[in-house]
Design a protein around this ligand. Structure first.
Ligand SMILES: [Zn+2]
Length: 252
C-alpha cells in the first residue's frame, strides 16, 4: 500500500502491489502509526485535562457515580475501590472490583464520571456474559505466552530458513505474533461497547445532560481511538514480520 503511495500511478503497472511491499515499507508504516499514536495520546490528555475542570451537576464523585450505575444495572457483587496511579482505572473480574485511580475516584468532574462509567460498562459486560469480553479474557494467557517467545522463534526460523529453505518455524512465530493483533482487534468492540453503555446510562439516568454529556462523549471517543491505533500498530507489526520472511525468501 505504502509502495503505491510512494511510487505513484506507475506502481500499478508493475503487477501485484503487495509483491513490492518490503520490510522497510512496513517499518515506515509502523513509525507513521507510532506518530499518529503520539498525537492521539496528546489529544486524549488535553481533552481529559479540559473536562477534569468541568464539574458534575450534582457534585457527585467518580466513585459515587460508579456505585449508582452498578446499582441501576442490578449489579450487587462488584465493589468500587481506589487504586493508586494515573490512568490505572480498570475492572477486575477476578476480584469483582471496579478500580478507580486518584484522578477519578474522588474527582467531581465529567472526565471522572466518563471514566468511572466506562469501567462499570465492563462490569455490566461481565455480568451479561458479553461474548467479546469473554473471548478477550480467554486470549490473555495465550497472548502473554506467545508475545514473550514469538520474536525468538522467528529469529530461529530465519536461521533455519537460511540453511534449509524451510519456512515453517518462521510462520509459527508469525502466527504467535498475530495473536497479539487478534487480541487488540477483540479489544475494540469491548472498549467501544463499554463506552456506549457508559454514555447511555449517563444520559438515561440524567447524571449528565447537554454539553456535559457531549464532553463525556468526546473524552471517551479519544480514549477509544488509542485502542484503534494500538490495533493498527499490532496488525502492521504482523505485516512487518511477514515481509521479513518473504524478503529473505527472495534473497535465498
Ligand atoms: Zn475499558
Amino acid at each position: 500500500m505504502i509502495t503505491l503511495l510512494q511510487a505513484g500511478p506507475a506502481a500499478y503497472d508493475t503487477g501485484s502491489a503487495f509483491a513490492n511491499f518490503t520490510s522497510s515499507d512496513a517499518f515506515f508504516l509502523i513509525i507513521a502509526i507510532a506518530v499518529i499514536g503520539f498525537i492521539v495520546q496528546a489529544r486524549l490528555q488535553s481533552v481529559f485535562a479540559k473536562y477534569s475542570k468541568v464539574g458534575t451537576p450534582d457534585g457527585m464523585t467518580g466513585a459515587e457515580i460508579a456505585e449508582k450505575m452498578l446499582r441501576d444495572n442490578n449489579i450487587r457483587n462488584v465493589r468500587i475501590t481506589h487504586v493508586a496511579g494515573h490512568l490505572t482505572d480498570h475492572f477486575d473480574p477476578r476480584t469483582m472490583t471496579v478500580n478507580l485511580s486518584d484522578a477519578v475516584y474522588s474527582s467531581r468532574s465529567i472526565a471522572a464520571a466518563a471514566v468511572a462509567c466506562h469501567e462499570c460498562g465492563h462490569a455490566v459486560q461481565h455480568a451479561q456474559g458479553y461474548a467479546p469480553l469473554q473471548l478477550r479474557s480467554q486470549l490473555v494467557p495465550i497472548v502473554s505466552f506467545s508475545s514473550r517467545f514469538a520474536v525468538w522463534i522467528i529469529i530461529g526460523g530465519l536461521i533455519l530458513m537460511a540453511s534449509t529453505q524451510n519456512e515453517i518455524v518462521c510462520w509459527i512465530g508469525i502466527g504467535m505474533i498475530a495473536m497479539s493483533a487478534v487480541f487488540s482487534l477483540v479489544t475494540l468492540p469491548v472498549e467501544y461497547n463499554a463506552s456506549n453503555r457508559a454514555l447511555e446510562w449517563l444520559e438515561t439516568s440524567r447524571t449528565l445532560q447537554g454539553e456535559q454529556l457531549a464532553g463525556a462523549r468526546v473524552a471517551l471517543r479519544w480514549a477509544a481511538r488509542t485502542y484503534l491505533v494500538a490495533a493498527l500498530s499490532a496488525i502492521t507489526t504482523v505485516l512487518y514480520y511477514i515481509t521479513i520472511v518473504t524478503g529473505n525468501r527472495r534473497q535465498n
